[in-house]
Design a protein around this ligand. Sequence first.
Ligand SMILES: [Zn+2]
Length: 224
Amino acid sequence: MKQEKMLSDILENEQVPPSGRGTQCVDDDCLEELQDTDTSALSDIAGAVCTMLEGVGEDPEREGLIKTPERVARSMRFLTRGYRQDPEEVLKKAVFTESYDEMVLVRDIDIFSMCEHHLLPFFGKAHVAYIPDGKIVGLSKVARVVEVYARRLQVQERLTQQIRDAIQNVLNPRGVAVVIEARHMCMVMRGVEKLNSVTTTSAMSGEFLSSPSTRSEFLRLIKP
Ligand SMILES: [Zn+2]
């Protein structure tokens, strides 16, 4: 494993955004996210939230709730902004030819997603590894792909596979492995499971499937 050297090499190769477009933001679509201009979608959601407030027995006109429909609409659009982004395009922006052929692992990527069955959050960590076959990708883009898929309505199983497939499709590496560990508020808050239950899903391809030693190296490296 030459992971640390890889990290600095790849970060140096990352494209730098034009100056004057914000200091924290390294992704070109970040500013766009701050100002949602789809007024028709926003007002549809706000109308539905208003109805929902009445449905739970609230008065949408009372002071504390007066701006809630609009706030929830903006929040919901933000939390589902992954629908308006193409994960494979995100990856393609930072693919480099490189002869490095050991496992590349990005671990402990924070994920915040929403379950499509209850519209409640689930959150945790994703660990993503691949074994390059002539091409590598900027490490921040691996995290961005996780983010794009997580910011949609999801089930954890599909989220895990979509991340694997996007990396497999764009880089055509010798193998991809993805593990996600997450806590689901629909289980915790509704009292279905114990407070600290964690759901683990995995999706693998190529050498991670065919080589037990590669797979166990990956699993050993992501152990807390
Ligand atoms: Zn759920």
